[in-house]
Design a protein around this ligand. Structure first.
Ligand code: ZN
Length: 371
């Protein structure tokens, strides 16, 4: 382990240093600890694994602080941020559209756009993915909670979710006898982690006992009638793991769950890969220093051979202080970092069936045994 102390060429704004504290560990897996020297606006200390990673770490730090040198731009544009899982060469035994078979065989029952009932083989496969996702999340020793499907509008507005995500919400309005409700106050939660932040509001997370949560529930995303298909449902089941603690803890937890998930995908032979959602880290992008431009979301994508497309079945998200700030969740005198990993159970099921078809004799042994 190497300890380094960095003195900046000029003092940085406190907000920029706050940004550095959240994003440098996330962008550089090599960073094991990071401390902004208190009362100094031009010094920070970090610990890393190897001496030869320090030039990259410090180039990214200068970029985050808007103090990059010309050499940083050239250097960072050559450096891949990290190598992600890629199993795109895996063979698929099914290349045709399985939807007619699923409907005819009563495996899926259509009730309207984006609304399917599940039975027979689809349900069995769904239950396999649901069970295995749960088992996988338990490996990180989480606390488990069950939250309502509805979430009050004001909790969503506290974290700016409703504004930043724009539209696509499903509003719930009760209908008490004789009362006309003009403005709905509840919506179907668009992600299952969204109750965790108000749940832990105003808590201090002990540094030696960071928080890992697992929860599963029903989510609602309305993306337009013409967008709906069995891989893009109006309502669906999501399993999530949520992490709260230091930036390094959240990063390591996200990497760990991603490794568990991709190991599982490989073991059942799925043609799948992990890719960054949104723009990759690039210092020619002058806006890198703003949180909206950080490469903080990675997706597990599963190929759909019949259509030549793919679907996002899971995502690994680093929120920095986006939720901890409005809900005042802290750690060591600072806003805590948070992150989440979400798994769409119907999407995993759909991706698996699209690649393997409905003849279980042709399935990978492990899944055939388990359903
Ligand atoms: Zn989430």
């Amino acid at each position: 382990m190497i300890e380094k102390s960095v003195t900046l060429s000029r003092p940085a704004e406190p907000e920029a240093l706050e940004q550095l504290r959240f994003y440098l560990p996330y962008l550089c897996d090599q960073v094991l600890n990071l401390e902004i020297v208190s009362d100094s606006r031009s010094e920070f200390r970090y610990t890393c694994r190897e001496e030869n990673s320090s030039s990259r770490i410090e180039a990214i730090a200068r970029t985050l602080l808007g103090q990059q040198e010309k050499s940083d731009v050239e250097f960072l544009n050559q450096v891949q941020t990290r190598t992600a899982f890629d199993n795109r060469t895996a063979p698929c035994t099914c290349n045709h559209d399985i939807l007619p078979e699923l409907l005819n065989g009563g495996h899926l029952i259509s009730f309207g756009p984006g609304q399917y009932g599940m039975g027979n083989l689809f349900l069995k496969t769904f239950k396999y993915f649901e069970r295995e996702c749960y088992r996988m999340t338990l490996k990180q020793n989480p606390q488990e909670f069950v939250y309502p499907n509805l979430i009050p509008r004001n909790l969503m507005e506290s974290s700016d979710y409703t504004n930043s995500q724009g539209s696509g919400f499903t509003w719930f309005t009760p209908s008490p006898p004789g009362v006309y409700v003009e403005s709905p106050e509840h919506l179907g939660k668009p992600a299952v982690c969204l109750h965790c932040y108000p749940h832990f509001r105003e808590r201090t997370i002990p540094q030696d006992r960071p928080l890992t949560i697992t929860t599963q529930g029903r989510c609602y995303r309305y993306e337009g009638i013409e967008q709906f298909s069995p891989d893009r449902l109006w309502e669906f089941i999501m399993r999530e793991s949520v992490y709260m603690g230091t930036p390094v803890f959240v990063r390591d937890s996200l990497r760990e769950i991603e490794t568990l998930a991709t190991g599982w995908m490989k073991s059942i032979g799925l043609r799948a890969w992990v890719q960054q959602a949104g723009d990759p880290l690039s210092v020619t992008n002058a806006g890198l220093a703003s949180p909206e431009n950080m490469p903080v979301k990675w997706e597990l994508r599963i190929a759909l051979p019949a259509s030549g497309t793919s679907l996002a079945a899971a995502s690994f998200n680093y929120h920095a202080n986006h939720y901890s700030k409005p809900f005042e969740i802290s750690e060591g005198g600072n806003s805590a970092a948070t992150g989440c990993a979400g798994f769409g159970i119907e999407r995993l099921t759909w991706g698996f069936l699209a690649q393997n078809g409905l003849d279980t004799e042709k399935w990978p042994e492990a899944v055939r045994q388990a359903i």
